[in-house]
Design a protein around this ligand. Structure first.
Ligand code: GDP
Ligand code: MG
Length: 162
């Protein structure tokens, strides 16, 4: 069975950028404002020796109304469909209330969750990601989806047990 990986996290953390990297497409719209991806988007990922299905989601803000509620519901469905969840956070922004809310949800599930701190390019990544250990989801994987930094090691780790 080909594994299914869901990319979840609040808007603007870089989920669609990572989706495009995994699928070698520009199918997911990337923009400098939140909320661009409203529905789940499925892609066939091929990265190094790994093949999987990847699901991009709109994101969860923790303060859902209207279209945001729709985006949040889509994210929860994606989590449900996935074998592995990549919970993405923004290393530059630090821990937000939405990150905490989603972490609380993910900790309760019987799912394999990898906590992925994106946008670690051009910053002191080790000190930037230190605070994300407070989300109590285990190790924090450092990547820069826009440049590919850390993406191979993340996948090595993700697929090691599968
Ligand atoms: P999404 O809302 O979670 O899907 O986030 P997007 O993929 O649309 O990215 C949001 C913004 O973050 C865009 O302006 C991206 O170019 C930027 N971004 C994504 N990945 C990186 C990264 O690794 N480093 C930096 N510096 N910016 C990034
Ligand atoms: Mg997006």
């Amino acid at each position: 069975m080909i594994p299914v990986v869901a990319l979840v996290g609040r808007p603007n953390v870089g989920k669609s950028t990572l989706f495009n990297r995994f699928t070698h497409t520009r199918d997911a719209l990337v923009a400098n404002f939140p909320g661009l991806t409203r529905d789940r988007q499925y892609g066939q990922a091929e990265y190094g020796r790994f093949q999987f299905i990847v699901i991009d989601t709109g994101g969860i803000t923790g303060d859902e109304q209207g279209i945001d509620a729709h985006m949040a519901a889509q994210s929860l469905t994606a989590i449900d469909e996935a074998d592995v969840v990549m919970f993405m956070v923004d290393a530059r922004a630090g821990v937000t209330a939405a990150d905490q809310m989603l972490a609380d949800h993910l900790r309760k599930l019987q799912k394999t969750v990898y906590l992925v701190a994106n946008k670690t390019d051009g910053i002191d990544a080790d000190s930037a990601v230190a605070e994300f250990y407070s989300l109590a989801l285990g190790p924090v994987y450092q990547i820069a989806a826009a440049h590919g930094r850390g993406v191979s090691s993340l996948l090595e780790k993700t697929f090691e047990p599968i």
